[in-house]
Design a protein around this ligand. Structure first.
Ligand code: ADP
Length: 324
């Protein structure tokens, strides 16, 4: 829980940064924390087969954690609400979030394994992934309620869909009650109750997620706008559709604005969406206009695709400000 001293320290630092005193840069990210175990195999193993692999890698991930780290690296003061397991991956995850400057008091250690992904990548670059949600499944409504003071003190609450929907909805209700803006990155796409979408201010699907959420075709700009309008009719004021190398399309009540991004040599798009969402939230929390915030998010995400990995690919504020 933030103490009064911490809250006023935050106000002071925003004033020093030249930002309006009333603007708060407290952000709460609620979501998943995972450990990814990957290796290269000559081909994807078939049922019953054992293959010799190489290039084993361990990396922390999970959309919640990636977005919390992106928000912190890009200048946000971030509290993370999540569950990790009582295991070495959970310990490493907590230490990594702390090192990134994230408030981890609302990260619970539970009696389940830390969420894990097992990934095989073959010589042709195809992959095959199994995910065990583990501790993420334990993120309960009571965890959202325990974080209510943090949510109330934040300007923005950022969430994704790798944790139980009932918890996401409970957090969105708390946010709505105390005037905190809710940003939902609906990834991975899964059916969403209307009551949840009704509580969301900004929703940020990619085109595949938009198609899946609306059951509509999303292959042209006209279709993208139609599907975004359908999603908007279910609650959110603003739909920001991410379009990969084409940037993003911002759909509000009365405007449709394409926001192009920089041309870069993309080598790995793993954390592009997570970087985009973290950056968007930070810029909005700092009082940027919606379109300026999307430009900032595009710049941060474009930088992330020029680097390999998830957390390792997320740029810092200084790097994004220097990248025009
Ligand atoms: P996701 O990674 O979640 O599937 P997108 O592919 O739409 O979502 O990418 C998210 C954001 O990352 C885009 O809106 C854009 O800002 C950035 N991005 C992704 N791919 C590229 C690319 N090849 N070049 C520049 N920016 C990119």
């Amino acid at each position: 829980m933030l103490s009064t001293d911490e809250i006023s320290a935050n106000e002071e630092s925003t004033t020093r940064a030249g930002i309006d005193r009333k603007v708060t840069i407290n952000i709460v990210v609620l979501g998943s924390a995972n450990a990814d175990y990957s290796m290269r195999t000559p081909r994807i193993p078939s049922a019953g087969e054992t293959l010799q692999g190489s290039d084993f890698q361990f990396a922390l991930g999970g959309k919640g954690a990636n977005q919390a780290i992106a928000s912190a690296r890009l200048g946000g003061r971030v509290a993370f609400v999540a569950c990790v397991g009582r295991d070495s991956a959970g310990e490493l995850a907590l230490a990594t979030y702390r090192d990134a400057g994230i408030d981890v008091d609302a990260v619970s250690v539970v009696d389940a394994p830390t969420g894990s992904a097992l990934i095989f990548v073959d010589d042709a670059g195809e992959n095959c992934i199994g995910v065990a949600a583990g501790a993420n499944e334990h993120l309960a409504q009571s965890h959202a309620e325990a974080a209510s003071r943090r949510i109330a003190n934040a300007s923005h609450l950022l969430m994704q869909l790798e944790t139980p929907i009932a918890t996401i909805q409970a957090a969105a209700e708390i946010a709505r009650d105390c005037g905190t803006q809710t940003i939902l990155n609906p990834a991975p796409a899964r059916p969403l109750p209307r009551e949840l979408l009704a509580l969301v201010d900004i929703v940020t699907p990619n085109q595949t997620e938009l198609a899946s959420l609306t059951d509509m075709r999303v292959t042209s700009q006209t279709e993208t706008v139609e599907a975004a309008r359908e999603l908007q009719s279910r609650g959110p004021n603003t739909v920001i559709v991410t379009l990969g190398a084409a940037g993003a399309l911002v759909v509000t009540d009365d405007t449709v604005i394409p926001v192009e991004t920089s041309q870069v040599a993309a080598i790995d798009t793993t954390a592009a969406g997570d970087t985009f969402n973290g950056a968007l939230t930070v810029a909005l929390a700092q009082g940027e206009t919606l379109i300026d915030a999307v430009h900032f998010a595009n710049r941060a995400a474009a930088l992330s695709v020029t680097r390999r990995g998830a957390i390792d690919a997320i740029p810092t504020r200084v790097e994004v400000d220097a990248f025009r």
